[in-house]
Design a protein around this ligand. Structure first.
Ligand SMILES: Nc1ncnc2c1ncn2[C@@H]1O[C@H](COP(=O)(O)OP(=O)(O)OP(=O)(O)O)[C@@H](O)[C@H]1O
Ligand SMILES: [Mg+2]
Length: 406
């Protein structure tokens, strides 16, 4: 049984030596950290396209020079109290074992506009920092970051060249024993637009093709990665995934939107053992768990761009896990208890989000707003579309939050 880790995780660079194609950036980064006491700017800002080694480089450097990485969640910058409790001690206290330390605030562009004041606060604190502080973002020129950008040493990461990506893919394919024709590497690499994470995920998906055959993966197989069309409902989507082994299967996904994606995962999970047996089943669960890993990252970190990987592992990965299609008719089961729990949880999360917005707008406590929620719901439901729209705008309600009010 192969590892359940995504290949991107399994082959995460363990040292700066394993970071491909970012020589200049890495040199700047190492210099910043190693000569920190001499730096005029007390924060470095690594930025560039997604999947090019921003996060990996910081961790790689930490390993190389035996520094601890203290990663601070960007959301901890949201208010001054959190900054005092979390950031302040982090940049002033020496670690237990007198190891060096790098403070990493990853994906700082996830902050919302209203957090700008906190960035100022961070910049002020950084002036007296004893430890290198590294920020990361894809878009460093984002207006939100205006207050802080000039106080940082900018370190640009570049899109990887096709040649560099091919090199990375070939190495992984060799270690994983994935047989692939040369021009397929070329295709994946050029499709990735310089994003190594995307390229490696494509490779992982292709590795699900013909698990036991000796045949190489060809350009023909590759077509499945680019194919999209609509299908109708959950049952059809399940059927597509379980009963086919070809490009048709990606059709399954476009109607499973981000909102019910978590739900669809349960559907696949519930019905998989009815369709697949033994090795196929094991392999399909493996792919499902990869989808699940990415979906947790979306839930915890709001990394919506990972959605595409969930889609692919959930559809293609599962479909390609079988050696042969089971010809029997199977009537699919609705996932029972656990799905109900999940839906209930989603609902209460959405309700809580509305309650919070209500509390803020009406300057009342959460407790009070929770009490008022039912009244608000009745008013909302019975309002004209125009008023609904106004209310939604006023409270900045998201689509799915409006849904629970209707
Ligand atoms: N320059 C690189 N050399 C080798 N592998 C890389 C490189 N960049 C990315 N990877 C691969 O892609 C994965 C994701 O990289 P990383 O976490 O560094 O992304 P990132 O640049 O921080 O992107 P994001 O902004 O989306 O977080 C790594 O685990 C590694 O497998
Ligand atoms: Mg990153």
């Amino acid at each position: 049984m192969e590892s359940k880790l995504p290949l991107t995780q399994k082959y995460k660079p363990k040292s700066l030596r394993e970071i491909v194609g970012q020589e200049e950036a890495i040199k700047k980064l190492s210099d910043f950290v190693l000569n920190y006491s001499k730096q005029k700017k007390k924060m470095a800002f690594v930025y560039g396209p997604s999947g090019t080694g921003l996060t990996s480089s910081v961790y790689g450097l930490g390993k190389d020079i035996d520094y601890e990485i203290l990663e601070i969640n960007a959301s901890d910058l949201r208010n001054k109290d959190r900054i005092d409790v979390i950031i302040k001690p982090a940049i002033t206290q020496y670690s237990l074992f007198k190891k060096g330390k790098i403070v990493l605030i990853d994906e700082i562009d996830c902050l919302t506009v209203k957090d700008r004041g906190c960035l100022q606060e961070l910049a002020k604190l950084a002036e007296g920092s004893s430890f290198p502080i590294i920020l990361s973002a894809n878009d460093v020129w984002n207006k939100k970051l205006n207050t802080i950008r000039s106080k940082t040493l900018l370190i640009e990461f570049k899109k990887l060249t096709i040649a560099s990506i091919i090199k990375i893919l070939e190495e992984i394919a060799r270690k994983e024993d994935i047989q692939i024709e040369k021009n397929v590497f070329m295709e994946i690499a050029s499709k990735s637009s310089g994003d190594v994470r995307a390229a490696i995920n494509d490779l992982q998906l292709l590795s699900y093709i013909e698990p036991t055959s000796k045949k190489n993966i060809t350009e023909e197989d590759l077509k499945i990665l680019g194919y999209r069309e609509k299908s109708e409902n959950i049952f059809n989507s399940l059927k597509l995934i379980f009963k086919s082994k070809d490009i048709e299967v990606v059709k399954a996904f476009d109607n499973i939107t981000s909102m019910n994606m978590g739900e669809f995962l349960f559907w696949v999970d519930e019905n998989l053992p009815l369709e697949y047996k033994h090795k196929d089943l094991e392999k399909a669960y493996n792919s499902l768990s990869l989808a699940d890993i990415y979906s947790k990252r979306i839930m915890n970190w709001q990394h919506w761009r990972f959605l595409v990987y969930i889609n692919l592992f959930l559809t293609l990965g599962v479909a390609l896990s079988k050696e042969k299609v089971n010809p029997d008719y199977i009537s699919y089961k609705k996932p029972s208890r656990i799905l109900k729990m999940y839906i209930q949880k989603q609902k209460s999360l959405k309700k809580m989000a509305v309650v919070e917005k209500l509390a803020k707008k009406t300057h009342t406590s959460i407790k009070r707003a929770r009490h008022d929620f039912e009244i608000f719901k009745i008013i909302f439901t019975n309002s004209s579309d125009e008023i609904k729209e106004d209310l939604a705008k006023e409270l900045k309600l998201k689509e799915e939050e409006i849904e629970i009010l209707n």
